[in-house]
Design a protein around this ligand. Structure first.
Ligand SMILES: [Zn+2]
Length: 274
């Protein structure tokens, strides 16, 4: 296991019902099979991360397959990153309900690449979903700002639309290992923003320099989708950051929207750990 004790940072060992470190800190494995590694003083709120409703919305939206082209591209990027490595270790930092993690696992399995895959997210509701669906992956509830992952553990770290914590990622990725970040491209979901805002703005192009990493490549993956189901438009909205910062009028316009046509644009940023 690549997971570490969130209190003393020692390696965790797994038994049937618990994970524990050599200092006697013990963490229960839930009935679903994930381990909860968020100490009370690191929670910052009673129920940190995406709430149950947001997780449900995202799961329903992702299940439509509308983001599948991005997941498929991520699968091939991960494959390239780990194919020549012996028993590669993959970490999905901020894995949400495990959509991308699960598909990476299925893809590597199909190619006969035996990887050890670990995903963690701060939302308990999201991690609960992972274990209902995806087998053969270690999932944990944990903070991305204080990742419950051992130093230099990962041959490849992926991060899809989750907070980017360069210092933690540099600690976790092995020298020579790869980090793959997925960030929203300039016009990602622009059609949605045209409904929500009087003056929609394009996403800022993210900085590509992080200490400890050599930037290798930016790969843009674009698509265009049309949604004609109101409930699905709402699901998509609830999985975006705009959910938190849209005016009452903007939300009302969205409630009335019967159709949505929008660009999708993921940028994959690839780095090698020095
Ligand atoms: Zn400990």
């Amino acid at each position: 296991m690549v997971l570490i004790c969130p209190i003393c940072k020692k390696a965790l060992k797994k038994t049937a019902r618990t994970c524990h470190c050599e200092n006697g800190h013990s963490y229960d494995i839930s009935a679903e099979g994930y381990v909860y590694l968020l100490p009370p003083n690191k929670k910052h709120s009673k129920m940190p991360g995406d709430n149950r409703q947001m997780v449900d919305c995202r799961r329903r939206f992702l299940e439509t397959g509308l983001y599948e082209p991005f997941s498929t591209r991520l699968n091939s990027l991960v494959t390239q990153a780990v194919a020549d490595r012996e028993a590669p270790v993959l970490v999905d930092a901020g894995c949400g309900e495990g959509y991308y993690t699960g598909r990476i696992k299925a893809h590597l399995d199909a190619l006969g690449i035996k990887a050890e895959i670990t995903g963690f997210d701060i939302s308990k509701f999201a991690v609960k979903e992972t274990k209902k669906k995806y087998k053969g992956i270690t999932f944990a509830v944990g903070s991305i700002f204080d990742a419950p992952v051992a130093d230099s553990a990962a041959d490849c770290l992926v991060n899809v639309f989750a907070p980017i914590v360069p210092k933690e990622f540099a600690r976790v990725v092995k020298p020579g290992g790869l980090m793959i970040l997925a960030v929203p491209g300039a016009r990602h979901l622009f059609g949605l923003k045209e409904i929500l805002y009087e003056q929609p703005y394009e996403n800022e192009k993210k900085d590509t320099f992080y200490d400890g990493f050599v930037f290798l490549e930016r790969i843009a993956v674009k698509d265009e989708i049309q949604i004609t189901e109101q409930s699905l438009i709402t699901d998509l909205f609830a999985m975006t950051p705009y959910y938190w910062k849209t005016s009452v009028q903007g939300s009302a316009r969205l409630q009335c929207a019967q159709a949505l046509q929008t660009e999708l644009h993921f940028d994959f940023l690839i780095y090698r750990r020095e």
